[in-house]
Design a binder for this molecule. Structure first.
Ligand code: ZN
Length: 495
């Protein structure tokens, strides 16, 4: 008898493909970590091992394209816990934003020295595959962008538009922000710097045609001047508290204005690929859509987070849900859902940043001072279940969920073997039981965070198994095997 041709056969699943509306029942054959065949019926004898999919939905492994592993805790430890949380929710690729300055490795200096250390600290620590986006902070970092793209496999760069004049957790003066960013007297983290970052990205595109499609600049769009003025106003006015106060202090038009400025700079610099991160409000999305019409030569991508889709300012988790841009009133949340349904949003991410409870302000259960609490929270483990649960209620088709959580970010960011369930792609899968309801509880998550702003939310659709390149990484409530994640030097080889 001939050797079985397949290493693994996943039988009896309903295959969700991002580019096809119909979901077909079938079997998936895996060889050498990649999908070898997808067919209605593949004989068990053709494989060394058979896994019974029990009729579950098979989604492409989620590509969580916006995370912050190692921001508030040591990278090597954060990577283990937070990637374990990721695979518990069907995430098989995490892309983390990294930068110099406070938090992360808590230092300045050149990426030529810092980034190899980031890779060293990451090695053998992730349960899913991983890559990094980098933020040019000092003027000298602009000159390093080409080397980061060509030798380190990082063709995606980030700009934090408000960092020049406003803090990560609240108001801060220019000098405080210089210390936060650890920049020298000759550095200016301002609009001109952002322009030069975009010019450098355009230059890399021109010089390296093979990379061009995957060179992109991502922006956190909020204008510091507006945040400063409105924070002062809101802090004087005691009628608003908690998340509602924080949202008013960072009002939606500060996002809309920043989007317009970013778009014009992209047009001016011929920076073709621009990703507008975590749009949180109607005004932000409307500005982004207006800019896409105004500047058709710029290829925009619009991102929203699962936090902004599942939480509003009345969330009982209060300060636990402090994040930038802020959690918004219900009208904005419903507007974001409409934008998702109408195809105006390109992908959904978690913006996962494990942020310990004690830094969320004093008081248990998120009852701390909203102005003192740190910003950010984890949620990668609820990305797929959250989008599935709330999206299905609103009529979001399954194949669009696969596009929003895997295919679209994989294309943009040069993850060419990720994001689909088809021959040649990495055998990254999330098996989801669409009928299994569960109540979110931080106690059930492997994340090191210890609380979640989603606590108590009832979700329908739970990930029961996650496969990374053809091996189980998570099954029935526990991680399987040691961390096997690989660093993804982008663009990765094609299928
Ligand atoms: Zn973020």
């Amino acid at each position: 008898m001939a050797e079985p041709a397949l290493d693994l056969l996943i039988k009896n699943v309903r295959v969700v493909r991002p580019t096809r509306p119909e979901v077909e029942r079938g079997d998936i054959g895996v060889r050498d970590g990649r999908i070898a065949r997808v067919a209605p019926e593949i004989a068990a004898a053709e494989a060394r091992r058979v896994y019974d999919g029990r009729g579950r939905l098979a989604f492409p492994g989620v590509v969580d394209a916006h995370t912050h592993v190692g921001i508030y805790g040591p990278l090597a430890e954060d990577a283990v816990h937070e990637s374990r949380a990721a695979v518990s929710g069907g995430v098989t690729t995490m892309l983390t934003y990294f930068r110099t300055g406070q938090y992360y490795l808590n230092r300045g200096g050149r990426y030529a020295e810092l980034f190899p250390e980031v890779l060293k600290l990451s090695e053998g620590r992730y349960h899913c595959d991983y890559g990094y986006h980098l933020a040019p902070i000092a003027a000298g970092h602009v000159d390093e962008m080409e080397a980061l793209a060509t030798t380190h496999g990082v063709p995606s760069f980030k700009i934090f538009m408000f960092y020049g004049g406003y803090g990560l957790h609240g108001t801060a003066g220019d000098e405080e922000q210089r210390r936060f960013l650890m920049i020298g007297p000759e550095d200016h983290y301002d609009l001109a710097h952002f322009e030069f970052v975009m010019r450098a990205a355009a230059l890399i595109r021109a010089r390296h045609p093979r990379l061009a499609e995957h060179v992109s600049v991502s922006l956190h769009c909020e204008m510091a001047d507006i945040l400063n003025a409105y924070t002062r106003l809101v802090q004087k006015d005691t009628s608003l508290t908690g998340l509602a106060a924080y949202s008013a202090a960072r009002p939606p038009h500060a996002e809309g204005l920043a989007v317009a400025v970013a778009a014009y700079l992209a047009h001016e610099t011929a920076c073709v690929n621009v990703n507008l991160l975590h749009l949180s409000s109607r005004k932000a999305v409307e500005s982004a859509l207006t800019m896409a019409r105004a500047f058709p030569n710029v290829s925009f991508r619009r991102e929203v987070t699962v936090g902004h889709l599942l939480l509003d300012v009345d969330a009982p988790s209060a300060t636990y849900a402090k994040v930038n841009p802020p959690i918004r009133p219900r009208e904005d949340v419903e507007y974001l859902w409409r934008a998702v349904l109408e195809g105006q949003v390109d992908w959904i991410v978690s913006d996962h940043a494990c942020c310990a409870a004690e830094t969320k302000g004093a008081g248990a259960g998120g009852r701390g001072d909203i102005w003192l609490a740190k910003s950010g929270f984890g949620g990668t483990e609820y990305l797929l279940a959250g989008v599935f649960s709330e999206g299905r209620r609103r009529g979001l088709p399954l194949h669009r969920i696969a596009a929003l959580t895997a295919w679209n970010p994989a294309r943009r960011y040069g993850l060419l073997a990720k994001g689909d369930l088809a021959p040649g792609f990495d055998a990254d899968l999330a098996l989801l039981d669409p009928d299994r309801a569960f109540t979110v509880s931080a106690a059930d998550s492997p994340s090191g965070q210890g609380y979640t702003p989603f606590e108590g939310q009832r979700l329908t659709g739970q990930v029961t198994a996650t496969f990374l390149r053809g091996e189980l990484a998570w099954e029935d409530g526990r991680a399987v095997g040691p961390p096997r994640g690989r660093y993804l030097r982008r663009p990765t080889p094609t299928t």
